[in-house]
Ligand binder design. Structure first.
Ligand SMILES: [Zn+2]
Ligand SMILES: [Zn+2]
Length: 170
């Protein structure tokens, strides 16, 4: 996505970023992420790998209420269509198939990570603070470059010191 596209929620120009090597467009007001459809699974899998240490499999995954109206595609302006992530009703994403892009609203990414980790069985049983995953995700997804700097990585490349910036709520 080379041209600047507007956020489907607030119309602010989306900002290009690289999250763990996957290019995305981020809303500057943190309404969500625009991802090429083919990059959705690689992005989720990269985020699962980066946060696997703090994913608690026993933590229930609450369905995310799909309270937003139908989003217009930032590229072609046609209404986006909804689809259930991993064919469930837990997380409903918006996509434009002709343009091949998916919109992830703020708050949808965390349950997606948990669902992916559970079904792939890669998460270890571990006692973790409920919000630890949210903090890690927040640092990765919303840090300026979208990549975590070496200074934040400890043994084995795991995230250690994270500066937590609470996401703004809409
Ligand atoms: Zn926005
Ligand atoms: Zn479109």
């Amino acid at each position: 996505m080379s041209e600047v596209l507007p956020c489907p929620r607030c119309d602010a120009p989306l900002q290009e970023a690289s999250i763990l090597g996957q290019s995305v467009d981020r809303c500057p007001a943190r309404h969500g992420l625009l991802v090429e459809q083919r990059r959705l699974i690689p992005l989720v899998e990269a985020l699962v790998s980066a946060t696997i240490e703090v994913i608690d499999l026993d933590d229930p995954i609450e369905p995310v209420p799909d309270s937003h109206g139908v989003a217009g595609c930032p590229d072609c302006a046609r209404p986006m269509t909804r689809f259930g992530y991993m064919e469930t009703r837990t997380v409903t994403l918006d996509r434009c198939q002709p343009c091949g892009i998916v919109w992830i609203d703020e708050g949808e990414l965390e349950p997606m990570i948990r669902m992916n980790a559970k079904t792939t069985g890669r998460a270890r049983e571990r006692e973790a603070e409920v919000h630890e995953l949210e903090r890690h995700l927040s640092a990765i997804v919303w840090s300026s470059g979208g990549d975590v700097s070496d200074g934040m990585l400890g043994e084995g490349g795991r995230l250690t010191a994270i500066k937590f910036v609470p996401p703004s709520r809409h």
